[in-house]
Ligand binder design. Sequence first.
Ligand code: NDP
Length: 456
Amino acid sequence: MAAAPETKTVHSPALTYFSMLSLLSLCPPFVILLSANATLSCLLKYSMLLGLGWYTMVHADGSVAQTWNYLKQHGLQGFIDIWPRPTAIAWKIIFVYGAFEAAIQLLLPGKRVEGPISPTGNRPVYKANGMAAYFVTLVTYISLWWFEIFNPTVVYDHLGEIYSALIFGSLIFCVFLYIKGHVAPSSTDSGSSGNFIIDFYWGMELYPRIGKNFDIKVFTNCRFGMMSWAVLAVTYCIKQYELNGKVSDSMLVNTTLMLVYVTKFFWWEAGYWNTMDIAHDRAGFYICWGCLVWVPSVYTSPGMYLVNHPVNLGMQLALYILVAGVLCIYINYDCDRQRQEFRRTNGKCKIWGKAPSKIEATYTTTSGETKTSLLLTSGWWGLARHFHYVPEILAAFFWTVPALFNHFLPYFYVVFLTILLFDRAKRDDDRCRSKYGKYWKLYCNKVPYKIIPGIY
Ligand code: NDP
């Protein structure tokens, strides 16, 4: 088997090992702690089963500090007590949802789309049916509720158990990816670093498939992860409606912005197949576990928080936040669109009404071939090298701010995203520097800021 072409790490080996081991050990408990608030709230409201849940949600009111105090007082046993166990209904919900998404991924029609050429010279081919899958999923889910066939509040009421099941199920799935990478890789874009932890954490295959057509990363990242974001956003709205007989304007702003963001994602899904997540990051714990567990739990958490904390913003403030959020989502979309249009037309397009300024960067593939890529140095990409992360972070802030500032918990995603994207900018810069060498240096001279123009 070929050695993994991009298993070289960006940070020092000690830091890489430390961050990998921290993520592997800390992420699962954190997801549970976060979801415990919502989960325990359900248990409190409907069955009063856990005294601890009652403590966290009623006395601690979603407060991290009080949950922390509880843990300090009760130690490990207290943590074990609030850990929701995976239940049969949780597994059933995950299985039905996953099977439905897998089936429509395979069956819905879509245009044939080619991804970027991989380091070993392969070009993956996809069926672009993301928008259709998104539409079918939401219409099916809302219809099931409307016609009283399935009540989405069941999902909310079993959220902790679902996350718990997802944590374990996804770990097993990552083991499957690891074994598949060793025994049955789908293409030559696969390889081992010779180290079990690195292979498991960063993944072995770039484009793993089941059969010829079922793309695993499209399933984990898009159809399971991103789709669950929209499904859960709708679920939180319905739950708040069920609890209060109405949906607060704060929840409406939050849900609308999250849905606009996810709709944008599926509208642009074929573009996503050209990004780092798909074209550079291999299918392992880092990306797949993140999309299967972290996206449904952490990314949706501002909406989860609002279920029990309805805030009345008033029409004017709600509209200001909504417009600001939509604007940020649009700018983020336009940055991605600009880069992709520029690459698609080989630089023969207009950027902000003018011919683009560019750098022709040559590089050598792992097979020794010399190729050329165009780097855009005007438009959004002339402001900073990763300016698109600014509107991404601001959009997340705007769908969180309806929760106001009583607690830190709903802002966890914004903070996490900021750290993730600042680290990603560094990872991408380092990768591009080693790919393009002097041409990347030229780009850095022309566009000196990494993310925030004039500041960083
Ligand atoms: P992209 O992969 O879209 O862009 C970076 C790549 O583009 C580089 O690796 C390089 O690839 C190429 N490139 C870099 N500079 C230029 C240039 N000047 N002109 C042309 N091409 C260039 O970045 P991301 O995957 O990080 O982001 C994609 C989207 O996903 C963004 O909207 C981002 O905000 C969002 N995102 C959201 C996250 C979340 O958790 N919510 C996490 C990460 C991203 P090449 O090798 O082809 O030259």
